[in-house]
Design a protein around this ligand. Structure first.
Ligand SMILES: Nc1ncnc2c1ncn2[C@@H]1O[C@H](COP(=O)(O)OP(=O)(O)OP(=O)(O)O)[C@@H](O)[C@H]1O
Ligand SMILES: [Mg+2]
Length: 285
């Protein structure tokens, strides 16, 4: 079994990264009976408080059972590390049905210091062997290797900083949720280009799995931007197996949605070649 690790990323805030990541996780676990881990890499902790109650988060946070603690441990090598992966993972999360079996969460934390800025310096703070991009991988890889999850879904902050790169470091692919307007789609090329560069450095593909158009209104601008994105994508020979399917997603959406039905049948295959990739599929929810 291969674990699909998928980052949900856009440089623009408020475009539906968290909502899409959480909804896809709930759908995969609830409807497709997949084992799913959602990692909240965003200090805004929105995915965390969507999936668990705030009181539970406060307990976890006090005990240092958050992904932020994993990074703090690296930033403070003179202190004994307190992050423990098993204690930090919350099982059976979601507000749907009081929790979904096989849906797990690695929560985030509001961070008093900017981990993104500090993390590149860890190798200078007595941590000479520590690589800033490898912190999350070092903690999670043993669990991924023992095939604990079918999917790891990573809710990224709206930046391409070191924390986001820690997520991409373990990702096999990425999805770009975007409102189909000019501002939200502005950074897409930069994201694709940047991740392509990272994948090249890592000498393995990080597949561009698709664009999810969110908050779609039938206005002229949205119609035009969607048409433009489709036109770009139709020229690509890369087709990673996502397709459009119209149906209700979960209780999160009140109206019928278009969603990523192809995720469960996705192969790891060579959809990402060692050439410049553009996101190939457009899905709407
Ligand atoms: N597909 C959608 N349809 C309608 N509303 C949506 C959709 N996706 C997200 N929203 C709404 O848009 C708002 C922002 O969504 P969300 O928090 O998921 O964005 P984000 O990209 O994760 O933001 P941030 O960059 O701040 O983390 C929320 O109020 C959410 O309910
Ligand atoms: Mg978010």
């Amino acid at each position: 079994m291969v674990c699909h690790c998928i980052s949900f990323i856009n440089l623009k805030g408020g475009v539906g990264k968290t909502t899409t990541a959480v909804a896809v996780g709930e759908m995969l676990a609830q409807e497709h009976r997949k084992s799913v881990l959602v990692i909240d890499l965003d200090p805004q902790t929105n995915a965390t408080v969507t999936l668990i109650k705030e009181e539970r988060w406060a307990e976890m946070n006090r005990a240092g059972h958050t992904v932020a603690q994993l990074f703090y441990d690296k930033l403070n090598p003179h202190m004994p590390p307190s992050f423990q992966i098993e204690k930090a993972i919350v099982r059976n999360v979601s507000t749907i049905n009081d929790g979904i079996s096989h849906l797990e969460l690695l929560p985030s934390s509001i961070q008093p210091i900017d981990i993104q800025e500090q993390l590149p310096l860890i190798a200078m703070s007595r941590n000479f062997m520590a690589k800033p991009l490898d912190v999350l991988k070092a903690a999670l890889q043993p669990e991924i290797d023992r095939e604990r999850w079918d999917y790891v879904l990573i809710d990224c902050p709206p930046s391409l900083g070191t924390v986001t790169k820690n997520g991409l470091r373990i990702s096999t692919g990425y999805i770009i949720p975007t409102i189909p307007d000019i501002l939200s789609t502005w950074g897409i090329y930069q994201i694709v280009d940047n991740i392509f560069g990272l994948a090249k450095d890592l000498e393995r593909p990080i597949s561009a799995l698709g664009i999810v158009a969110t908050k779609v209104h039938g206005n002229d601008l949205h119609r035009r931007v969607i048409a433009d994105m489709r036109a770009v994508n139709s020229g690509s020979s890369l087709s990673p197996g996502l397709f459009l399917s119209r149906r209700c997603l979960t209780a999160r959406f009140h109206k019928p949605s278009l969603f990523l039905a192809g995720l469960t049948s996705m192969q790891t295959s060579e959809h990402s070649k060692a050439s410049m990739v553009v996101p190939t599929n457009l899905c709407e929810i």
